[in-house]
Design a protein around this ligand. Structure first.
Ligand code: AMP
Length: 231
């Protein structure tokens, strides 16, 4: 199916959550789902990095916490998320990537969605082996133009220094993608975010996907889930 036809495959707006530690592949898969189904990827990490870059008050408050690999306070994250969810493009359906990360955020999301007659349709727990995540995170970089993701060991551009997707020649690495900070981010995931797996399991919306499978296999599993919840 061509990209445009695929984008039409989603008939009902869906709210899909990708849960998993740093390096689980949430961003990679969210981008693929966005392209294939026309859903909007909404990454609170991206929104926070934009706030830091823009030097907003929220960005100034979040910066040090992000650099240390901790979680930014719920109030800041929720304010940023609410703003983004108010944009009209989110009516096509959203893939939440990196949100919610705490019980408070999950409850606030329920309230936010209920106000517009929506609900969480599916939560995918991307099940991975912890020790592999540090290596995944520490070697990754993205194209500065189109955001395509690469990795020093696992996925280098076909031509060195040139993005496979858009031909761009500038690449960037996140300041927090170091082995040291990745350890702190993993710890934050287990302490504050992993309990959400049980929360959503109790609500009957949890799906488990093997996050150690190939990118293509994971994409297939996720597509099946999206097709089911948007049918
Ligand atoms: P990410 O791009 O999802 O890996 O997020 C990068 C950093 O942004 C995290 O390590 C946190 O410091 C912060 N962050 C992103 N999303 C959230 C969230 N939902 N709640 C709290 N902090 C967040």
């Amino acid at each position: 199916m061509a990209g445009a036809a695929r984008a039409e495959a989603a008939t009902r707006p869906a709210v899909l959550i990708l849960l998993g530690p740093p390096g689980a592949g949430k961003g990679t898969q969210a981008r693929m789902l966005e392209e294939r189904f026309g859903l909007v990827q909404l990454s609170t990490g991206d929104l926070l990095r934009a706030a830091v870059a823009a030097g907003t008050e929220a960005g100034r408050q979040a910066k040090a916490v992000m650099e240390a690999g901790g979680l930014v306070g719920d109030d800041i994250v929720l304010a940023i998320l609410k703003d983004r969810m108010a944009q009209p493009d989110t009516a096509r359906g959203v893939i939440l990537d990196g949100f919610p990360r705490t019980a408070g955020q999950a409850e606030a999301l329920d309230g936010l969605l209920a106000a517009t007659g929506q609900r969480v349709n599916a939560v995918v727990s991307m099940e991975v082996v912890d020790h592999a995540m540090i290596a995944r995170v520490a070697g990754r970089f993205t194209c500065a133009s189109c955001g395509e993701g690469y990795h020093d060991d696992f996925k280098r551009p076909a031509t060195a220094g040139v993005c496979d997707r858009c031909g761009g020649t500038a690449f960037k690495r996140r300041a927090d993608d170091t082995a040291e900070t990745a350890g702190a981010r993993l710890a934050a995931y287990h302490a504050q975010t992993a309990p959400l797996i049980a929360y959503y399991e109790g609500r009957g919306v949890l799906e488990r996907v093997d996050g150690m499978a190939s990118i293509a296999d994971i994409a297939r599993s996720l597509a099946t889930i999206v097709e089911r919840v948007t049918a």
